[in-house]
Design a protein around this ligand. Structure first.
Ligand SMILES: [Zn+2]
Length: 175
């Protein structure tokens, strides 16, 4: 086996492990935040409150974590500042884009390297390896960017950070 082939195998194995760890990490982070969340006390008592799975479902559907009805995005890439249904402000500070950006960047790097490694093992030409690996990185990052922001908003919500609400009556006519 060539040196490239061995490198490719090593990268695939490494990302297999990293991918598993990342999934476990995400599960633990969300689980722990949910465990300590101020919302949880309410959940145990009344049936109308969202469960952990409902919240994950809302994040997957790109909906407001608080009410589950309002959407987070108003177009393909533009995020709303607040929920039009319940008025909660999604990101209080401008710096919140950093969390999702780190997720996007990691996803792009991982997809690029994994694609490259798979093509090396399958014996594709260097040009094909380059083109496919870079497109895989771009496509994956673009495809997942809405969900990274959605899950980030969910994380902010369950850690009790979505406290501001927008005055819906005041702005509805302007929009
Ligand atoms: Zn809402």
């Amino acid at each position: 086996m060539s040196v490239n082939g061995q490198t490719a195998l090593a990268i695939l194995a490494a990302f297999g492990v990293i991918g598993l760890l990342a999934l476990m990490g995400a599960y633990l982070v969300i689980g722990m935040a949910w465990d300590q969340s101020p919302l949880r006390a309410n959940t145990a008592r009344s049936d109308g409150r969202p469960t952990g799975w409902t919240l994950v479902g809302r994040a997957l559907a790109l909906r407001c974590p608080r009410c589950g009805i309002g959407t987070i995005f108003d177009s393909r890439f533009r995020m709303r500042t607040h929920c039009r249904q319940c008025g909660v402000v999604f990101w209080k500070s401008e710096g919140e884009w950093l969390g999702p950006a780190v997720i996007d960047y990691s996803v792009a790097t991982a997809s690029g390297l994994v694609t490259w490694a798979a093509l090396v093992l399958a014996g594709f030409s260097p040009i094909a390896q380059f083109i496919c690996a870079s497109s895989a990185a771009l496509i994956m990052a673009a495809a997942l960017s809405r969900w990274s922001r959605s899950f980030w908003t969910l994380l902010l919500y369950i850690s009790g950070d979505l406290t501001q609400t927008h005055d819906l009556a005041k702005n509805e006519s302007a929009e």
